[in-house]
Design a protein around this ligand. Structure first.
Ligand SMILES: Cc1cc2nc3c(=O)[nH]c(=O)nc-3n(C[C@H](O)[C@H](O)[C@H](O)COP(=O)(O)O)c2cc1C
Length: 187
């Protein structure tokens, strides 16, 4: 297969879309984030990379907390809206119904099936972005989205961002930590 070299940029790969939440001057604000990822399982650390100009950043810096909310594909309009308008000009506190866990500094979205409260443990300052690394200190899942007590991706139906389109999950391609065993050479 012939390959073509493209100008340097982050390689095209679908990313999960989450909605991060924070209290900014005491009011709930939500923004869409594609640059989200898991950094370690134990302790459970995640990151979001948010452009310095975003209104939400001030709230995360002020309180030391943010929330991660995983929207279902049915929330695509509201998710995109939270990525189009800034809390600096538009009140986004009523787009969703907010709930709080034990920590009162991280607003979470009731309509999203998966939610987490993250306590900032480190902020990496890039020229354009603040990368907030947070430890998950509370984790919630809608009970109908569980199968055998585990969050079920099919039921959660998360949104993926691929290029300029939102995608949904396709079918199962293999079993993690198992399918590759077929290539392990036996002695
Ligand atoms: C699908 C999608 C993904 C986005 N991902 C990011 C991201 O990873 N980092 C970022 O800084 N902005 C991202 N944005 C842009 C912000 O969500 C957007 O600028 C938002 O209006 C900022 O809100 P705020 O000013 O209220 O914080 C994304 C927008 C969309 C629609």
């Amino acid at each position: 297969m012939e390959k073509i070299q493209l100008p340097n940029q982050a390689p095209a790969a679908p990313m999960p879309v989450v909605i991060a939440g924070a209290l900014v001057k005491g009011k709930e604000n939500y923004l869409a984030i594609g640059a989200y990822g898991i950094m370690s399982m134990q302790p459970p650390l995640v990151y979001i990379s948010s452009m310095k100009a975003h209104f939400t950043n001030a709230g995360i810096k002020e309180t030391g907390y943010f929330s991660i909310n995983v929207p279902s594909a049915g929330l695509v309009k509201e998710t995109d809206y939270c990525g189009l308008v800034s809390g600096r000009d538009t009140d986004k506190s009523t787009v969703f119904s907010t709930f709080f866990g034990k920590v009162k500094h991280a607003p979470m979205i009731r309509e999203c099936p998966v939610n987490a409260v993250c306590k900032v443990v480190k902020t990496v300052e890039l020229p354009s972005n603040d990368v907030f690394i947070g430890e998950v200190v509370e984790y919630y899942v809608d009970t109908p989205c569980l199968t055998d007590n585990t969050p079920d991706p099919k039921k959660i139906d998360p949104l993926l961002l691929a290029g300029h389109s939102y995608r949904k999950l396709g079918g199962v391609a293999g079993a993690a930590f198992s399918t590759g065993k077929a290539l392990i050479k036996k002695p």
